[in-house]
Design a protein around this ligand. Sequence first.
Ligand code: HEC
Ligand code: HEC
Ligand code: HEC
Ligand code: HEC
Ligand code: HEC
Length: 215
Amino acid sequence: MPAIFPRWTNNVPIVIGLLAPLVGAGLIFAVWYWFSPYYTDVGYRPEQPVPYSHKLHAGEMGIDCRYCHNTVEKAAHAAIPPTGTCMNCHELVKADSPRLALVRESHAADMPVPWVRVHQLPDYAFFNHSPHLAAGVGCVSCHGRVDQMAVVEMKQPLSMGWCLDCHRDPKPNLRPLDQVTNMNWDPAETPYDPDRDANRKRKVNPPTHCSGCHR
Ligand code: HEC
Ligand code: HEC
Ligand code: HEC
Ligand code: HEC
Ligand code: HEC
């Protein structure tokens, strides 16, 4: 009687027995990693159409964030400045620079510069800048040291776990209301207790229930 299966197939069950747990562990890891706060876009730094530098304008020149992102305290979204804001200076400063060619074209054609979006939550998550700034959360807590970035980069995961970490215990992230755009404000140097700040009219109470952020 010839063998139906060749001899090596005797080892198949052993090989499967050895490999299955490894594959299983790998799958569990993949699923855990996918859903964990570690799987994120931290470090995402798209190239922009104009070599605009926050390090130069917000850092070295010290222009306040709100000069350009002027809706951030009143609205859900922080406006990206129109080209006119740039031309306030660049009509005169570096008026012939090739690095500003696209800015001049955009201004002449009355069309926005096609900036590439860096931070973007999915549609099903609700976010609004204004209550965060009104509560005294600084830009730096969520965006990092933008004043040191030549090209803007995502510094925080913007994941649900990240939002909730702060919402459960916001106090360490609160600062005096007039310091929200100051990237150099250091709580170690100027200790701050929000409960003792006479300018604060009420206690902050960020939502942790699902419908707070999924509306
Ligand atoms: C002179 C104008 C100007 C100033 C001042 C300025 N920005 Fe910006 N900002 C821009 C422009 C233009 C963009 C879009 C291009 C880019 O991403 O670099 C931008 C983009 C950003 C983005 C990324 C937006 C996205 O697509 O997700 C963040 C975050 C940001 N700025 C934060 C800040 C903070 C914080 C400050 C203050 C420390 C600041 N900016 C000061 C002009 C400015
Ligand atoms: C509590 C966290 C938090 C703080 C504080 C914060 N941001 Fe943001 N920012 C975000 C998130 C989240 C997004 C993405 C919003 C979205 O996709 O709807 C964002 C997006 C942006 C954008 C892109 C345009 C937009 O609104 O979607 C700019 C510009 C920006 N932030 C600037 C600022 C500046 C300037 C400050 C300080 C004055 C600031 N942010 C403070 C979390 C924060
Ligand atoms: C308050 C004035 C001011 C505003 C507003 C301003 N800039 Fe500037 N910008 C400067 C100065 C000053 C320099 C540096 C000039 C130098 O290096 O001598 C500069 C340099 C630059 C450069 C580098 C140019 C080169 O040839 O090296 C770019 C690109 C630029 N800015 C883009 C922008 C954009 C885009 C905006 C609008 C979002 C903007 N700037 C808004 C003052 C400003
Ligand atoms: C660094 C701290 C911090 C982070 C990070 C943070 N928040 Fe908040 N959030 C707060 C504080 C403080 C308040 C204000 C609560 C108050 O005034 O009672 C708030 C309030 C809110 C509110 C209620 C405001 C309203 O309009 O009803 C929503 C919604 C919200 N946050 C969504 C988010 C989302 C989504 C994220 C993540 C993408 C996030 N937050 C990240 C601190 C934070
Ligand atoms: C503080 C704001 C906040 C609260 C409160 C919150 N979520 Fe989320 N949730 C988010 C954000 C932001 C995202 C998007 C995360 C991302 O893009 O990685 C998200 C994503 C999700 C997702 C998509 C799953 C995934 O991993 O992509 C589900 C499902 C979800 N939330 C369910 C819930 C439920 C259920 C609750 C209540 C127990 C809840 N959320 C409370 C902010 C919140």
